[in-house]
Write a protein that binds this ligand. Structure first.
Ligand code: S3P
Length: 171
């Protein structure tokens, strides 16, 4: 397995599960938001405030292009699928997993996450956030080789479910 890319909405557990997967597969892990933070030398929230969403999306696309040629597990930002070029890049990558999560679960996780300030949800009501998720679901599904519903699973169980799919495909 050369590459494994995790996609899904905010709060789906992409980074947590990505780290577990990288450990289990003994490969490197990278979170595209962390690469962006390093490049921009500021947080995602500050980048949005200073340069706007469009500039962030450009940086996100450039980052995906760079990462897509490197081996390992990659966790992407929840909005990666909103850009058509990104969707085309994702479709070229052989192991793309959509971590699908019920709105009640991701709303709870997003609210409880004090580490990551997410500019796109800060001023939004729960209904608006769910609407944003619904507007993206078809894109996540179209880009994914597999879908794993994470709502009722622990990160370890999600990792296990992904590993089963990966070993079936790559054996
Ligand atoms: C975003 C998701 C965030 C981050 C940015 C925008 C989105 O990443 O890239 O705040 O548009 O869904 P996570 O999915 O890791 O929270």
């Amino acid at each position: 397995m050369k590459q494994l890319v995790l996609i899904g909405f905010m709060g789906a557990g992409k980074s947590t599960v990505g780290k577990l997967l990288a450990q289990a597969l003994d490969v490197t892990f990278v979170d595209s938001d962390d690469v962006i933070i390093d490049k921009a030398e500021m947080s995602v929230a500050d980048y949005f405030a200073k340069h706007g969403e469009e500039a962030f999306r450009q940086l996100e696309s450039d980052t995906l292009r760079e990462l897509s040629s490197k081996p390992g597990v990659i966790a992407t930002g929840g909005g990666i699928v909103t850009n058509q070029g990104n969707r085309e890049m994702l479709k070229e990558i052989p192991n793309v997993v959509f971590l699908k999560t019920d709105p009640t679960v991701f709303l709870e996780r997003i609210k409880g996450d004090e580490e990551a300030v997410r500019p796109l949800v800060q001023e939004k009501s729960s209904q608006e956030i769910v609407r944003l998720f619904k507007s993206r679901v078809a894109f996540y599904e179209a880009c994914a080789d597999w879908v794993v519903d994470t709502s009722q699973l622990t990160p370890e169980e999600v990792c296990e479910a992904v590993l089963v799919q990966v070993s079936r495909k790559n054996s």
